[in-house]
Design a protein around this ligand. Structure first.
Ligand SMILES: C[S@@+](CC[C@H](N)C(=O)[O-])C[C@H]1O[C@@H](n2cnc3c(N)ncnc32)[C@H](O)[C@@H]1O
Length: 372
């Protein structure tokens, strides 16, 4: 396919990208609009593109508007209070913005009672500072920011940190990691060097033997850079044998993070670490005989006893879900390898581990788990 077509048709890997965006956004909007606190939700798409592609594929602005429309009508039917959902679409190309505007209208994807709908066509770097100021002034509001550039030269880790440091925003960042990886092995151009340097200092960057190792280093680098108060995860989409794209997700809130992991696991029922768009092909961990979570959990618990809250956080940081940990714990309990003790020293009911958000928030130390 020619370069032109690559930009004017929505390709399969881009479909996978916007699918993850749409699925996550549905969950995010559902949780936030029913949290009893948030009055307005702001969704920003900073490199929004043209919306509708020549092959009728729908890009991020249309996927976002569909998620907003769905949740609005779902909320109308069951909730008394519905937060406003404001959407902001930006692209440097004014032609694309006009196309997005008219397509949203044509497809009836917006009604005034959803919230505001705003368009702009300015350079990302000029948009950024205004956006950071706006985010810092949010009160009972939340923000979700989608960043989907053609080139990594636009993005810096410090931008992401500034965007989430108000503790009210989540960021989904798409990076063309396949080009980065090739550059990493073939001699790095300056712009990329600066970008990678910002994530992992030059002397600590080890040459990766696969794109997966490279992505993992980036993820860990992002995590170190933005600190432990935030959550970072990656989601890989494999286009073909040698081409892997990657979305990075940043959240200040463990609940938002859990929702993103649920979305990943749903898309890739197998491992949650990646999704092969041509179907449920064997993925990265298909041949793993040992369960990586079981190993990690066993190591974590072998050092000291842990509370339900600690295990909840540990599970998510390892990119797994509480239900996976529960399965392992159940197995250990059945084979008499595990003790679960209540605060009063009594044994907890069999199968009750309290690894979930509600107990993490309200009863972090409801039980203590100990490997025998
Ligand atoms: C990968 S495309 C976005 C695709 C879109 N998110 C989708 O799902 O269809 C990147 C977009 O960034 C825009 N762009 C390039 N440089 C930009 C800049 N400096 N500021 C804002 N937008 C820019 C391009 O016009 C292009 O539409």
């Amino acid at each position: 396919m020619s370069k032109k077509n690559v930009k004017t048709n929505l390709l399969n890997h881009s479909q996978a990208k916007v699918k993850l965006l749409g699925e996550y956004l549905k969950r995010y909007l559902n949780v936030i609009s029913n949290d009893g606190y948030t009055k307005e939700i702001n969704v920003f798409d900073l490199f929004c593109g043209e919306g509708l592609y020549e092959n009728e594929g729908e890009g991020s602005p249309l996927v976002i508007m569909r998620a907003v429309k769905d949740i609005h009508f779902k909320n109308v039917s069951k909730s008394e209070f519905i937060p406003k959902i404001n959407c902001f679409f930006n692209d440097i190309d004014s032609f694309k913005i006009e196309k997005v505007k008219s397509t949203i209208k044509l497809k009836s994807l917006y009604y005034e009672y959803f919230g505001e709908l705003k368009f702009s066509n300015i350079d990302y770097k000029d948009y950024l500072q205004k956006l950071i100021n706006k985010l810092n002034a949010l009160k009972n509001e939340k923000a979700f920011i989608f960043i989907d550039p053609y080139e990594y030269k636009h993005i810096k880790t410090s931008h992401i940190k500034n965007l989430i440091s108000n503790n009210k925003s989540e960021v989904l960042l798409w990076l063309p990691t396949q080009f980065m990886y090739r550059f990493e092995s073939n001699g790095t151009p300056l712009a990329l060097k600066d970008f990678l340097e910002e994530i992992v200092p030059f002397e600590k960057w080890t040459s990766s033997d696969s794109v997966w190792g490279f992505i993992n280093q980036m993820k860990e680098g992002f995590q170190n850079k933005i600190g432990d108060n935030y959550f970072v995860d990656s989601f890989t989409i494999q286009k073909d044998e040698s081409t892997v794209f990657c979305l990075f997700f940043f959240s200040p809130h463990i609940r938002g993070f859990e929702k993103m992991l649920e979305t990943k696991w749903e898309i890739d029922k197998e491992q949650g670490k990646g999704w092969n768009y041509s179907g449920n092909q064997p993925s990265l961990f298909f041949q793993d005989k040992t369960n990586p979570l079981e190993e990690n959990l066993s190591e974590f618990l072998s050092k000291a006893t842990k509370t339900n809250g600690e295990i909840y956080v540990f599970t998510l940081r390892k990119s797994f879900l509480p239900k996976h940990t529960n399965e392992i714990l159940k197995n250990w309990q059945q084979t008499s390898k595990l003790d679960v003790i209540l605060k009063n020293g009594q044994k907890a009911r069999k199968g009750a581990f309290y690894i979930n958000y509600r107990d993490y928030k309200n009863e972090f130390s409801k039980v203590t788990l100990r490997l025998k």
